[in-house]
Structure formats: structure tokens, C-alpha cells
Design a protein around this ligand. Structure first.
Ligand code: ADP
Length: 548
């Protein structure tokens, strides 16, 4: 028997419409590329989104057309999200930190018809436009006064595009499975792969994140600053979640260093902020320097890479809760959140810390299983580790126009392979042990590079650490630790190994420690281990030398 309820489609435009009506006075604050602070409300944002939607329509952009962006976090970027999806076009956010060749590949693969670009990235677009024949219009995201001469033929000015158009619109009714946005994974090997989100997946994902609004401080009383870029998996859904919960959005623009973030958070009384660990290293250094915290900051969500214990402890020392999140571009992206229940997640501070170091519990509508090499499910006992597979309405069902990658991504039952190795404990907490390709296979045992890195980060002389596997004649692989020393610090190899020996089992200690000025990162801020593996390809561990 079928239910007898209305079959109304889930549409992204409904999120902002709701914000405009229910949280109309909610603030959207942006530090602009031009340098000033721009403020308006969700109600005003809705008006400008309507104007942009009309402008897109008049330029012949409609259903299914790809509308690309190369831009920082700011109100105009936010407007493009809603205007493009609202009319049934697809908002394709491009990561400007990718190699230029990858940007060209992505634009052509997506067949973007319009490209919106911040002033910062105009030179990049000017140099690449000849290789992107699909792009019919480039819109510079600024006003007439800031519009500089550009070599681009027919470049349009964003504010001119909006001027004089109606600030209201009746959105078209769309099938909820219509594509709404597109994001390519940065892909450490091979070409980037496109994940094509639908209206339905976007709304459901926003609601599932929004269920945790009180715990992660995303209520209408909060002010959230997404450090995570709008060009990286929709800023982890914040531009969709904040409007429905009513939280104010504070966009940081191009300046993401510790001092700039501190100043903006402090001035705007930001209560919560989301970003990757490297960003928080910068903010913490600034807090140490000033011996102060941004006035209202109460919660940090850390995802993208594992969070070292030292980071959680330092934030907590400032009465800032550090919440661990895990996810993937393919999962919209939030898969789990480390929200600690006082009644069941540990009696002592140490027990609770053990939980906080895990990647949290699954989101509503995300199913998880771990499997062994034969694909058979493993117990959720917190001990067995295997590949983590997921499914749910906000998990990708296949990459955009990439059959090979799609075929490899799912098991026989249609679950998505995350490529992460995890344990799941009886209370539902997952622990990401490592990426499958990063784990060190030493004899019959596996050594987690994440464990070693996090332990090393606890040493005061270590600013950043990476661990890779190197070949070993007896054990197959053994770990090499690469350390970026903290400013002004001097610690030697023996000192660091002795420190690690107090934290981790002897057999998993690194066989060698080398020092580097910096470590390579991917366009999304993760350690780029593939490059480290290349750099150290000829390196022979002292324990592996023939003369030993
Ligand atoms: P990219 O676009 O660079 O692939 P994603 O955000 O999609 O970026 O990367 C997803 C991967 O990042 C996950 O599969 C996992 O390996 C890693 N990751 C994300 N969050 C965490 C976390 N909290 N702890 C450990 N690893 C994480």
C-alpha cells in the first residue's frame, strides 16, 4: 500500500527561501577580495540570488548547463550556488589550487558554459581560456569600479549583470534527482573524478548535518566561519546547512592565515568554524602569540585529515571544543561526527579523549560496514579493521562520465568503497586507521601512518610530520618519519624516537627520521604522500642497508 502524502520534490532553492522567510535577519558577512567587509541578511541574499538567476537565464543558461566558479569564500560565490542550482543548472566549483592542467581538464570534462571568477584568479583564467573552448562567458566577480582591464574577450562584470533585474523569482519545479552541483576530487593519482550532487542528495545531507546543529554550534544563535573553501565539497555543506538552521555565515575571503582568521573571528564574534588541521595549526600559533582566543569562539570542527591529540588538548585549554569529522567528496561530504554524549561516551576525561580521537559516529542516512580482503563483513567490535564501505542517499552512485572509475568504486552489493581502513566500535565510533595506500605493511602487521604522525605531532619540536612506507628486505615495508621542525626548535632523531617510544609499540617505531623545511600538500590541504614517496624513492633505511 502506498502512502498518501504529497510527492513534493526536494530542491536546493527551498533552503534559501526558508532562510529568507524564517531567518530573514540572519547575517551573511564576507571579507571581500577587494579587502572590505560586506554584510547583508539572508533576506537580501535571496533577492540578489533571484537577480543572478534572471541574468543567467537571459544569457541562455538553463537546465543542465554547467556554471563554473573559481572563487574564494564570499557572498557572491554563495549567490552563484543558489542561482545556478535554482534554475536547474549545475554549480561546478573548481579548486584553484589544482595544477593549471587539471583546471583545464576539469572545465573541459564538465563542459562548463559560464565561468565565474574572483579578481585573484583572473590571470589564471586569462592564461588558460584558449584551452577551454566550451566556456562562452567569463563573469568577473566584482563591481564596475574594481573591474580591471582584462585580455578576456567579452568578460562580464558581476554587479552589472545583476543591476536592475527583479529581486524575486518563482523557481522552476525540478525533479529532485536533477543535478545541482559538481565537484571533482583532487585525485592524488590520475585525472580528477567528478561527483555530481543532486537536489535531493544536497537537501537530505543538509538536513542530516543540521540534526547536529546544537552539538556543533550551528543554531540561529551561532555565527559560523567556513575556512573550508566553497570550492572544496561545497564547504562541507555549510552554505546549505546554515540557512536552514539560521546560523550566520562569516566568509573569510582570501586571507586564511592565523592572524587574519583570528581578527575576523574576534571582530565578528564567530562561535564555530570548520576546516582542516593545517589551518588550525596556524590559528593556534596565533593564539599562542597573542595569548588570547577569538572572543566568542567555542567550537572547531576538524576534518579532512586525522586530528592529533595535541591539537584537541590545546583547543580545550582555551575552552574551545574540537570536534572530529570524517568524510569524502563522494559523501557530500560529511560521513561522521565526533559528538560526545556525556551519558555514554566515557566516564573519565581519558576515556572521553579516546573517543574524541576517533572520527565519530555515522551521520543519519549513512550506512557503514567494514570488510576484509575477501569482501566479507567484519565485526563492529572496535578491534577488527578493514576497508570501510558506505551507502546512503548523499553518497555518490558513480562518477560523472567516468565508467572506469565508477566500476572500481563499488562492491557487488552497491556499497561505495572509501579506500580507508577503519574499525567500528560497539558504540558506533569509527577510527580511520589509514588510507589503504598509505598503511605500512611490516611483516604480517600493519602500521598506521596516521598514528605515527599524530604521536610525532605531540613533540614540542615538531611542527608537522609525515610517515611513508619504504622497502625493507626483511619486513617488506618499514616506516620513515619526515619532520618539519617547529620554529626555533632543535630536536634530533634520537630525541624524537625516544619520545615516540613512550607513546607507541616498539615494533611500529619509525626506522629513521629525516628533517624537511616543508611538506607537500594536495590542493585540499592533505599531506601529498604520493609526492613524498617519489621524493624518497631512492632512500635506503639504515635498517635496510646490506652492510648491517
Ligand atoms: P580529496 O578531494 O582530496 O579526495 P576528500 O575530502 O574527498 O578530499 O578526501 C577524503 C579522504 O580524506 C577520506 O577518504 C580520508 O582518507 C581522509 N579524511 C577525511 N577526514 C578525515 C579524518 N577526520 N581523519 C582521517 N582521514 C580523514
Amino acid at each position: 500500500m502506498r502512502g498518501l502524502m504529497m510527492d513534493r520534490p526536494l530542491q536546493v532553492s527551498a533552503l534559501l527561501d526558508y532562510a529568507a522567510e524564517v531567518h530573514g535577519a540572519g547575517a551573511v558577512v564576507s571579507r571581500t577580495v577587494e579587502g572590505c567587509i560586506h554584510r547583508y541578511t539572508y533576506r537580501e541574499a535571496r533577492g540578489r540570488v533571484a537577480q543572478l538567476a534572471h541574468a543567467l537565464g537571459e544569457h541562455g543558461i538553463g537546465r543542465g548547463d554547467r556554471v563554473a566558479t573559481l572563487a574564494w569564500n564570499g557572498y557572491r560565490h554563495f549567490e552563484i550556488y543558489y542561482a545556478a542550482s535554482g534554475i536547474g543548472a549545475v554549480c561546478h566549483t573548481i579548486n584553484p589550487r589544482l595544477f593549471p592542467d587539471q583546471v583545464v581538464y576539469i572545465v573541459n570534462h564538465a563542459a562548463d558554459r559560464v565561468l565565474f571568477v574572483d579578481l585573484t584568479f583572473l590571470p589564471l583564467v586569462e592564461s588558460l581560456i584558449g584551452r577551454m573552448p566550451c566556456v562562452e562567458h567569463v563573469v568577473v566577480m566584482t563591481d564596475a569600479a574594481q573591474m580591471r582591464g582584462t585580455a578576456l574577450p567579452n568578460a562580464l562584470c558581476y554587479e552589472d549583470l545583476l543591476a536592475g533585474r527583479p529581486a524575486a523569482i518563482d523557481w522552476p519545479e525540478l525533479d529532485e534527482n536533477t543535478a545541482a552541483s559538481l565537484c571533482y576530487t583532487s585525485g592524488t593519482t590520475g585525472n580528477p573524478k567528478g561527483v555530481l550532487y543532486s537536489h535531493r542528495s544536497t537537501v537530505l545531507h543538509a538536513l542530516s548535518v543540521g540534526l547536529n546543529a546544537a552539538s556543533v554550534r550551528l543554531t540561529h544563535a551561532d555565527r559560523v566561519l567556513p575556512v573550508v573553501p566553497l570550492f572544496h565539497v561545497n564547504a562541507w555543506a555549510l552554505p546549505y546547512v546554515a540557512p536552514v538552521t539560521g546560523a550566520a555565515l562569516v566568509f573569510p575571503g582570501p586571507k586564511l592565515d592565523g592572524a587574519s582568521l583570528f581578527d575576523l573571528m574576534d571582530a565578528e564574534r564567530v562561535t564555530a568554524s570548520w576546516g582542516v588541521p593545517t589551518v588550525w595549526l596556524g590559528l593556534l600559533a596565533e593564539m599562542r602569540r597573542r595569548n588570547a582566543k577569538p572572543a566568542a569562539l567555542a567550537s572547531i570542527l576538524v576534518g579532512g585529515s586525522a586530528v592529533p591529540r595535541a591539537m584537541i588538548e590545546e583547543f580545550e585549554g582555551w575552552q574551545i571544543e574540537a570536534i572530529h569529522g570524517w568524510g569524502m567528496t563522494e559523501m557530500s561530504p560529511v560521513g561522521s561526527l565526533g559528538i560526545i554524549r556525556k551519558d555514554q561516551d566515557g566516564k573519565t576525561p581519558e576515556e572521553r579523549m579516546a573517543r574524541k580521537l576517533k572520527q565519530g559516529r555515522r551521520m543519519f542516512m549513512v550506512d557503514m560496514k567494514i570488510v576484509g580482503p575477501d569482501g566479507a563483513p567484519l565485526p563492529k567490535d572496535g578491534i577488527a579493521s578493514g576497508e570501510l564501505l558506505v551507502r546512503g542517499p548523499a553518497v555518490t552512485g558513480g562518477y560523472y562520465e567516468n565508467d572506469d572509475a565508477s566500476r572500481a568504486a563499488f562492491d557487488g552489493e552497491g556499497w561505495f568503497r572509501t579506500g580507508d581502513i577503519a574499525t567500528i566500535d560497539p558504540d558506533g565510533f569509527i577510527l580511520i586507521v589509514d588510507r589503504i595506500k598509505d598503511i605500512i605493511k611490516s611483516g604480517g602487521e600493519w602500521i598506521s601512518s596516521i598514528d605515527l604522525e599524530n604521536a610525532a605531532m605531540g613533540h614540542p619540536a615538531v611542527a608537522e610530520a609525515a610517515v611513508i612506507a619504504l622497502p625493507h628486505p626483511k619486513w617488506g615495508e618499514r616506516p620513515l618519519l619526515i619532520v618539519v621542525p617547529a620554529v626555533g626548535a632543535t630536536a634530533g632523531k634520537d630525541d624524537i624516537i625516544a619520545f615516540l617510544a613512550t607513546k607507541i609499540a616498539k615494533w611500529s617505531l619509525p626506522d629513521d627520521v629525516v628533517f624537511a623545511e616543508s611538506l607537500p600538500h594536495t590542493a585540499t590541504g592533505k599531506l601529498q604522500k604520493s609526492e613524498l614517496r617519489e621524493q624518497f624513492a631512492g632512500y635506503v633505511l639504515p635498517t635496510a642497508r646490506k652492510d648491517r
